[in-house]
Design a protein around this ligand. Structure first.
Ligand SMILES: [Zn+2]
Ligand SMILES: [Zn+2]
Length: 250
């Protein structure tokens, strides 16, 4: 299983990175976890526009889903070969309505479902191509999910956006890699049920005994090195900052 960081900036894009988007590939099957602002452009550095087999949206904040509007254009109005077929798009309840509303001037109400096969996420486990996906609800102001992706004994967990949350710890248990949000800075911001800070991401990784911690979703106004230092103060395994274009083989 191969993980590519397409975009990792938190809340809004930075000069270095688009917002949340992570490409996972195994046995030639390709899924994208989130498609935030700017991700569609970056994605094309790694694969072709029509090479995705499925998209999973952790929640419906724009920095995780808004480039699906542009991706709709790319699939619906494809110039060569006609309209692209519908790929599965997993998201919280109301994903289709949210994207149609965001797009605004759609040709007709059901047009997005011609290129996206919308499926509503619920906590649980389901197969997706050669992968197994486990989802849990996490702690955020809107319905939000974390994902565990498994393939032939390898596993990665993506936190999505969450405040401190036991379900994330359980989902992460023993994972080879935890891609964990660290939007806040310990001692600076403390708003419950919104985001983790570096220390809390490190604590989650330590308790779950993951093999590697990658901090992500750090907004441009937050000092990433402070968050990394805080995470390393409690997690002894390898810990690093996500950056656009980073690749992990699991
Ligand atoms: Zn976010
Ligand atoms: Zn969010």
């Amino acid at each position: 299983m191969k993980l590519t960081v397409v975009g990792c900036s938190g809340s809004f894009p930075s000069t270095e990175s688009a917002c949340s988007s992570y490409l996972v590939e195994a046995d030639g099957y390709r899924i994208l976890l989130d498609m935030g602002n700017g991700a569609l452009g970056e994605l094309q550095r790694h694969i072709g526009l029509y090479d995705l087999d499925a998209v999973l949206l952790s929640h419906l904040h724009p920095d995780h889903c808004i480039d699906m509007c542009g991706y709709f254009v790319a699939r619906y109005y494809r110039h060569e070969g006609g309209r692209a077929g519908a790929i599965p798009v997993y998201g919280p309840e109301g994903t289709e309505k949210r994207l149609v509303t965001a797009y605004g001037d759609v040709p007709h109400e059901a047009c997005m479902s011609e290129v996206f096969d919308f499926r509503t996420l619920e906590p649980g486990t389901f197969p997706l191509g050669p992968l197994t996906i486990r989802t849990v609800r996490v702690s955020h102001p809107v319905e939000a999910f974390a994902f565990r992706v498994e393939h032939r004994g390898s596993s990665l967990v993506y936190s999505g956006d969450t405040g401190p949350c036991e379900a994330l710890g359980e989902l992460s248990r023993g994972a080879d890699l935890l891609l964990c949000e660290a939007s806040f800075t310990h001692g600076k911001e403390d708003i419950p049920d919104l985001h983790l800070n570096g220390l809390q991401a490190g604590q989650t990784a330590a308790r779950a005994a993951v093999g590697r911690l990658v901090l992500t979703h750090i907004p441009p106004w937050t000092d990433p090195l402070t968050n990394l230092r805080d995470a390393r103060s409690v997690y002894e395994g390898p810990a690093e900052l996500a950056h656009a274009g980073a690749v992990y083989e699991l």
